[in-house]
Design a protein around this ligand. Structure first.
Ligand code: GLN
Length: 483
């Protein structure tokens, strides 16, 4: 029986197991079946995965050069296009849609010999924080199935958490990778805006969306990042900056890190007291270990959730206008409608409640009478946030924050109060508004037994420092396991 600990160990295992990929894929397929009740997958690509595994075993046997992700079993969020496979954004409106091309990330994964095992459940069109807004039903947290796994990439997080794949890809528009990673006790990275191509990713809010990576270790995530990042002729918003070999840049630095934290974030009344206490004492430990950790003023905290929800719903209302029952996906069967009636009926029947709420909100903030009051104001907040953030990074190499104000909550607990659900995004939406990279690393345990993470942020395109510091923090806090 193979037991996964890291990509490096797995590849070592493959060197003396001629049928290793096939054996391991079968093991994962069995595990997925045994854990069906978690609802993490909406489709398992069993035949494909078995066939690819066999080919990879043959490739090894033939002594051919192997890809950097040779045999690595990856799951993808149901918003990433994998040619010839269904992709639905966990929405009824795309229930019969098949991807006609590969997302760039898929091309790159396959080129390095990865095995894509299935697509993961998520909140409809990536809108949500609990994975309760999916046409396929709620995803369950494997540590306590009465609780949510977080969202919107809840299925991808649970797939890693429950050992149903080695790595998974999600998308993070306002926290959808970091927040479920926090709730599930795993590592979740959102790179800088423009680090990874969004080609083939179903858009939610295009100036915020970024593909992110879930894994068990920083090392695995660094390796996957160096493969899927980088310029792409199909996405002009991707940076042309060279992609560092992240996995080779993780060595510890002896120098002290200069780290900031936001006073207002730790003093926020919505923050669970046990999380506050744990992070405060971690800050003391960091100082004791020789790092410089200082509070900075961040009076802008209360503006970030409103600015985020104005801008993302505005972008979503435009992005989702293409789903009209004519060109894509679900079409209403109502017979006597004219063209406008067909649009109305298809969209009303095809989109779920949360998506409809956001399209209406976004249409409202963009309407001529309110545009300046909401959209323009929110853009101004975004600019001010960006300037303030740059100022902070001129003095510090990293910012640390809680990832989420509370640990995983009960299924159904917040469904009747969308505003409460929105407010819980307070610590994660900041990185997307500003475009910087962020990660959640599973350092802590709440008195109720649930894990929670520390969020680390660095400046634009400084994923090297982000990953290096995260690895160091994980090792320092659990020396025996991670050293
Ligand atoms: N919870 C946030 C939202 O609902 C973030 C979603 C995301 O990152 N895709 O908008």
């Amino acid at each position: 029986m193979f037991s996964f600990s890291s990509i490096r160990n797995y590849q070592q295992f493959l060197t003396d197991h001629p049928n290793g990929c096939s054996q391991v894929v079968q093991q994962y397929l069995d595990a997925i079946q045994e854990n069906e009740h978690l609802n993490a997958f909406v489709e398992v690509f069993s035949e494909d995965a078995i066939e690819t595994a066999k080919k990879l075993d043959e490739k090894r046997a033939a002594g051919k050069p192997l890809g950097k992700l040779h045999g690595v079993v990856v799951a993808i969020k149901d918003v990433i296009s994998y040619k010839g496979h269904s992709v639905s954004a966990s929405s009824k409106i795309l229930s019969n849609f098949t991807a006609i091309y590969h997302a760039t990330v898929i091309e790159k994964l396959l080129a390095e010999d990865a095995i894509i095992i299935g697509r993961n459940n998520c909140d409809e069109f990536a809108m949500g924080s609990s994975n309760e807004n999916s046409v396929y039903g709620t995803v369950k947290n494997a540590l306590d199935p009465s609780r949510v796994p977080g969202g919107s990439s809840g299925g991808s997080a649970v797939a890693v958490q429950a050992g149903l794949c080695m790595i998974s890809l999600g998308s993070d528009t306002g926290g959808s990778v970091r927040q479920p990673a926090d709730f599930c006790g795993i590592v979740g990275l959102k790179p800088s805006y423009g680090r990874i191509s969004r080609y083939g990713l179903i858009a939610y809010a295009s100036s915020f969306d970024q593909i992110g990576i879930f894994g068990n270790t920083v090392e695995d995530i660094a390796l996957v990042l160096e493969i899927i990042a980088g310029e792409d002729a199909f996405d002009s918003t991707v940076s042309q900056k060279t992609v560092p070999h992240y996995s080779e840049e993780l060595a510890f630095t002896q120098k002290p890190w200069r780290i900031a934290y936001f006073k207002e974030a730790l003093d926020h009344p919505g923050l669970d007291p046990a999380i506050k206490q744990e992070i405060s004492s971690f800050i003391k430990k960091l100082t004791a270990w020789g790092h410089i950790v200082e509070p900075v003023d961040f009076e802008l905290l209360e503006y970030i959730v409103p600015a985020y929800y104005v801008l993302t719903t505005a972008e979503a209302s435009s992005n989702l206008s293409r789903f009209d029952g004519v060109k894509f996906g679900y079409r209403s069967m109502s017979k006597d409608a004219d063209l406008t009636g067909l649009y109305n009926a298809s969209r009303s029947e095809g989109f779920g409640k949360e998506v409809q709420r956001r399209i209406m909100l976004g249409t409202f903030v963009l309407s001529s009478g309110y545009f300046d009051a909401y959209y323009t104001k929110a853009q101004q907040v975004r600019r001010i946030l960006q300037d303030r953030t740059q100022e902070i990074f001129s003095n510090y190499q990293a910012i640390i924050l809680p990832t989420v104000p509370s640990p995983a909550f009960k299924i159904g607990e917040k469904t009747n109060d969308p505003v409460e659900m929105f407010l819980a995004d307070i610590y994660t939406v900041f990185a997307n508004l500003v475009g910087i990279p962020g990660i959640s690393i599973p350092l802590f345990k709440h008195p109720n037994g649930l894990p929670f993470g520390l969020q680390v942020l660095t400046t634009h395109f400084d994923e090297v420092s982000l990953l290096r510091l995260s690895k160091q923090l994980m090792a320092l806090s659990k020396p025996a396991e991670n050293a």
